[in-house]
Design a binder for this molecule. Sequence first.
Ligand code: SF4
Length: 174
Amino acid sequence: MLLRSFSKKIFRPECNPCFESLHCIAYLDQNIEPVLPYLNAVLGGFEYLNDPPAVVLKSQGRLITVQGGQIAINALKNEAEADKILEWLQREINAAWDNNVHIEPRYQGAPRPKVIEILKRLPKTNCRQCGELTCTVFAVRVAEGAKGPEDCPALGDETKQRLGEYMGQFDFDD
Ligand code: SF4
């Protein structure tokens, strides 16, 4: 077992103390840096940073950053939610470490959709029926996962399917 214990701190973001959501930092009692590329491979990290090494995960609108000595989580409803995520991460970290000989380490984030590829599959009329100023802005929103093919009323069944197939290659967890 790599990660045996940690302590945590729950706080409201200093930039906006009235903000509804909470932040959590878990201070790890063991250095888990060696497991990070394996954890990234298993969980399909949104981003992988090399210096210092960190796996960034996106889940249900929140960001989770796992580093060698700490885990940071934002946009939490309450402490119980933080505990649930930390317990899950501890299990994943230890499982990835125990099985690392069977896992190909990954030093990059998960592949992401390209705005240009999305744009190619849109009508490019800038008709604004989707509520965005241009098709390019809409394509950026789709690439972020904030909008989908169903949000462009100008797409026909076939073109909607083409865009859906392209986007289907990527994981959007939030
Ligand atoms: S509704 Fe579709 S075609 Fe019209 S601006 Fe939005 S993305 Fe472009």
